[in-house]
Design a protein around this ligand. Structure first.
Ligand code: SF4
Ligand code: SF4
Length: 438
C-alpha cells in the first residue's frame, strides 16, 4: 500500500536506532531546578513568587493575563532561592524562578476525573489553559489558544502529529508506544474542545510498534501511517499528506478545516484534565554520537542539561556541538547549565567531526534545492535576495512561506548557506511589515 506523503523533502540518516526501543526512564528531580518564565510562543509569564517562598508541586509560579501565553507551575516542592534571568535554550537569558528541591514532592490539591470526556467543552478548555499546556513537539504554541479557532471556522479534522521526522529524536515514539491509551484520550478531549468531526493520528511508517499500539485502542479514530520522510511533521505538509487539503499561503490550519497537535501534547492534556496535573514534566531524548548511554527520560521542567547527560552516562569524548531538538531544526547550545523547558524534545550531542561545516562554493544551478523544498519555493533565488538585501524581492518570491526545514541547505552539493540567508530575509520582511503597521 502507498503511504501518504507530501511534495519534496529529504531522507537524512535517521540515527534513531539507539533509543527507539529504550523504554522511558523516570528521571529523579535534581536538587536545583531553573524554571524559565519563557516556555511558549507569545508573552512570557511573570513570576508570582519571590526569593524565600516555599512552593509545592503544581503550584503556579508564573502567569500573565496576555491572550497568547501560558502559566508556569513548580515542578517540585521546595524553596525559591532566586528570581532572576538565567540562560534559556534560545541562547540568551530569560527571567526564571530557581527552586531548591526539598525532595518531598508535596503536591497542591489535584482534581481527578475518572471519565473526563463527559466534562463540558468549556471546562476541558479551561483545564488545558490552567495547566499551561503548550505544543510539546517543539512549537510551544499555547494549546488552549490553538484549540479555539474563530467561531465561524468549521473544524473537520483534529490531526495528531506522531511523525517525529527529525533524526535522532524518539520521545514521541516512546510516548505513543507506552502511553497509547492516554494519547487516545487526549485526542478525544481536544476534539471535543475544537468540535472536530474526525480524529486522525498520523505516524511515520518507521514506527510500526507505535502504529500497532494506537490501532489496538483507536476505536473510531483513524491511525494513518505516513511516509518516513523529513519534514513529514511540518504542519502544512502533514495536513496535505493526510487530508489532501492545502493551507493557504501565510494562512493557518483552521482555514483548511484542520487543527494539528502533537501526540505528546495529547498526553499532557490527559494528565491535566483526568489527573489534575499541570505541565511540569516531559519526555526528552538524550542522544548523539558522543553520549555513552542514549536514553529517553521523563524529566521535570527546569532540569539542567548537564544532569540529563550525566544520567545518560556522560560523554565518550568532548562534544563538538550540543543541540536542543534534532540536527535539522535544532538550536545549538552554549552551556550545559541551561534547563529543560516545555518545548525541549531532545538533547543531541554530536562529535567534532559530525559538527564541522563544509566550506561553500558557488551555486552550480542544479535546482536540487527547488526539488526538495516542501513549500514550493526557489531557495537559490531567496538566498541571492538575502545576500543582496533585496527584501521586497524575497517577499515576492514567498520567503515568509519558508518553514525553515533546512532541506535545501542539506541537499545542496555546493553547501550554500541557503537557510541562513532565507532566515535573514524573513526577519527583515517581518520587521518592515511591523514598521508599516505601526
Ligand atoms: S526554502 Fe525553506 S521551506 Fe524550502 S527547503 Fe529551504 S528551509 Fe525548507
Ligand atoms: S542546490 Fe545548491 S547548487 Fe544546486 S541550485 Fe540550489 S543553491 Fe545552487
Amino acid at each position: 500500500m502507498r503511504v501518504k506523503t507530501f511534495f519534496g523533502g529529504i531522507h537524512p540518516k535517521y540515527e534513531k536506532e539507539t533509543t527507539a526501543g529504550s523504554p522511558i526512564e523516570i528521571l529523579p528531580a535534581p536538587e536545583t531546578l531553573v524554571v524559565s518564565m519563557d516556555q511558549h510562543t507569545g508573552a512570557p509569564a511573570a513570576p508570582v513568587v519571590a526569593k524565600g517562598d516555599t512552593v509545592k508541586v503544581g503550584q503556579v509560579i508564573g502567569e500573565t493575563s496576555h491572550g497568547i501565553s501560558a502559566p508556569i507551575h513548580s515542578p517540585v516542592s521546595g524553596k525559591v532561592t532566586a528570581v532572576e534571568p538565567r540562560l534559556h535554550p534560545c541562547g540568551s537569558s530569560r527571567m526564571a524562578v530557581v527552586i531548591e528541591n526539598d525532595g518531598r514532592d508535596e503536591w497542591v490539591e489535584r482534581e481527578n476525573h475518572n471519565d473526563p470526556v463527559q466534562l463540558d467543552r468549556n471546562t476541558i478548555l479551561q483545564k488545558i489553559k490552567d495547566a499551561g499546556i503548550v505544543g510539546m513537539g517543539g512549537g510551544g504554541f499555547p494549546a488552549a489558544v490553538k484549540l479555539s479557532p474563530p467561531k465561524n471556522a468549521v473544524i473537520d479534522y483534529l490531526i495528531l502529529n506522531g511523525s517525529e521526522c527529525e533524526p535522532y529524536l524518539t520521545a514521541d515514539h516512546r510516548v505513543m508506544v507506552e502511553y497509547a491509551d492516554d494519547v487516545i484520550l487526549g485526542a478525544k478531549l481536544m476534539a471535543k474542545v475544537c468540535g472536530a468531526r474526525k480524529i486522525i493520528i498520523a505516524v511515520e511508517d518507521n514506527k510500526p510498534d507505535a502504529i500497532t499500539a494506537l490501532q489496538e485502542r483507536a476505536g473510531a479514530i483513524e491511525i494513518v501511517p505516513v511516509a518516513t520522510k523529513y519534514p513529514q511533521g511540518g504542519e502544512k505538509q502533514l495536513i496535505k499528506a493526510v487530508t489532501g487539503r492545502e493551507v493557504p499561503s501565510r494562512g493557518l490550519p483552521f482555514q483548511a478545516g484542520t487543527i494539528v497537535h502533537n501526540v505528546s501534547t495529547a498526553l499532557a492534556v490527559t494528565r491535566a484534565v483526568r489527573d489534575g496535573e499541570p505541565s511540569i514534566m516531559r519526555v526528552v531524548t538524550v542522544t548523539g554520537g558522543v553520549v555513552n548511554e542514549p536514553k529517553n527520560f521523563l524529566a521535570r521542567i527546569g532540569t539542567p542539561f548537564e544532569y540529563l547527560f550525566e544520567a545518560a552516562g556522560g560523554f565518550k569524548e568532548e562534544p563538538g556541538k550540543i543541540l536542543v531538538g534534532g540536527p535539522m531544526m535544532g538550536v545549538t547550545q552554549i552551556s550545559l547549565d541551561t534547563p529543560v523547558v516545555k518545548t525541549v524534545t531532545g538533547l543531541v550531542a554530536l562529535s567534532k567531526d559530525d559538527s564541522s561545516l563544509p566550506e561553500s562554493i558557488p551555486c552550480i544551478k542544479c535546482a536540487r534545492c527547488v526539488d526538495v523544498c516542501p513549500a514550493y519555493l526557489m531557495p537559490l533565488r531567496l538566498e541571492a535576495f538575502g545576500m543582496n538585501e533585496m527584501w521586497d524581492e524575497a517577499a515576492e518570491y514567498g520567503a515568509m512561506d519558508c518553514i525553515e526545514c533546512g532541506c535545501c541547505s542539506y541537499i545542496c552539493p555546493s553547501k550554500r548557506p541557503l537557510l541562513q540567508y532565507i532566515r535573514l530575509a524573513k526577519r527583515e520582511i517581518a520587521a518592515a511589515n511591523r514598521r508599516k503597521s505601526s
